[in-house]
Design a protein around this ligand. Sequence first.
Ligand code: NOJ
Ligand code: CA
Length: 525
Amino acid sequence: MDTTPASLPWWRTAVIYQVYPRSFADSNGDGIGDLAGVRDRLPYLRELSVDAIWLSPFFTSPMVDGGYDVADYRGVDPMFGTLDDFDALVRDAHAAGLRIIVDIVPNHSSSAHPWFVSALASAPGSAERDRYIFRPGRDGEPPNNWQSIFGGPAWTQVPDGSWYLHLFDPTQPDLNWENPQVRGEFSDILRFWLDRGVDGFRVDVAHGMAKAPGLPDITRHRTGMLDTTAVPYLDQDDVHDIYREWRKILDSYPGDRMAVAEAWVPNPVRMARYVRPDELHQAFNFDYLTAPWSAPALHRAIDESIAAVAAVGAPPTWVLGNHDTVRPATRYGGLDRARAGALLMLALPGSAYVYQGEELGLPEVTDLPEEVLQDPVFRRSGGTVRGRDGCRVPMPWTGAEPPYGFCVSSSAPSWLPAPAGWASLSVAAQSGTAGSTLELYRSALRLRRSLPGTALTWLPAPADDVLVFAREPDFVCVANLGPAAVPLPAHREILLTSAPLAADGALPPDTTAWLSTSGHPEHRP
Ligand code: NOJ
Ligand code: CA
């Protein structure tokens, strides 16, 4: 029984599954995942019991940064298929009860975007240049000391001596959001995809776009994407005006269209500013994602995020990983912890994100050969930072050999090699296998739909490294992050555990249990 009030918009409690299209399923055997591959696998996602699919970029792109370098915001890159394939995917997804969220990349375009091509061909001070951030240098040096988030200076010089800003790769020039044409174009792009039926947007670098007036030098550098040090080119107040405009566009469409901010900001209070009632609907909870496997740290992250979003009337969101971060099975230090962490996260009230492969317990691939690494971070750091390819390895679907059914034909190698030893992690190997991570996720996602309440109440824990909370009236989650088994709190029924209980019924280390205090939730009156 779904106890969520029917009047709540879907995204307040949704589980949103992130598809990284390049690595999900390859329908034509060229070694690269594509939209038709996603469409083929809709039954899998439906059976997993997720509510929506967020598609990382599939737009026309030179793919220097995995498609976060967009050359045509309204076009599908031939590598991924066609606009017809996209429309068919939306149609089939909707028919299967799944919503579709697309990625919008407004902070920067690709340097192959016609706007940037014409900016380079035009004179300093021209209208074409004004869509980007061109400045004269300082005595042959860049206009200021900002650093690219991928390493190296954030400015590149063009032949006439001017410099342009790129917070990421030099092939990702920052757009000038003070230019009305830029604003108007993105409003149109939103409408273009809304008209095609998308249910929402994931906003890339949502804390970008607005830069402090005068582009002042910084005193402290950010060390990478996950660093949240305050800097004059991120999380500026003016960015919120953009979201107020966008909210009006989203609200002008029927059917609870939504947007989620990707904003690496210093704390949950700054994060909550993106989800004020007239701005975006959700923001990724990176504070939770980056919390270590520690009961006090997760307890704090949970409390602070719930309090911050409650203050503005937004639901909390939870996330354990994405295409930029080390997979939880590796980051938390083992599959047991990833499984316990998944049950902990999925028990929290609000909305949750699952990154493809988490439901299989995939580890980070740490030994990809250097010659296959594609992340621009690897090159720009002079090879000192390996980058994010290790969480982008193609999904294993079936079979004994790489790429494990990822490609329709096994002759083509996948764009990143899948490691030996993943046969037992494949979807086919885990489907129907008692105790597999996939079956754990399937059970958890199904049960999650009927968990009561939209708030949590902390209960006394048997030890400092154990988290126990209730969702009233009759659900209790207990996560043991410590080294010793602990007794379960009072309950009527064990709904699900991330690992078998000890012989005496105790909850082992690195294990989470879902309990009912009144019997199975589906049997409640
Ligand atoms: C965040 C995206 O998730 C990441 O993959 C990308 O490199 C940067 N934004 C730049 O667009
Ligand atoms: Ca393909």
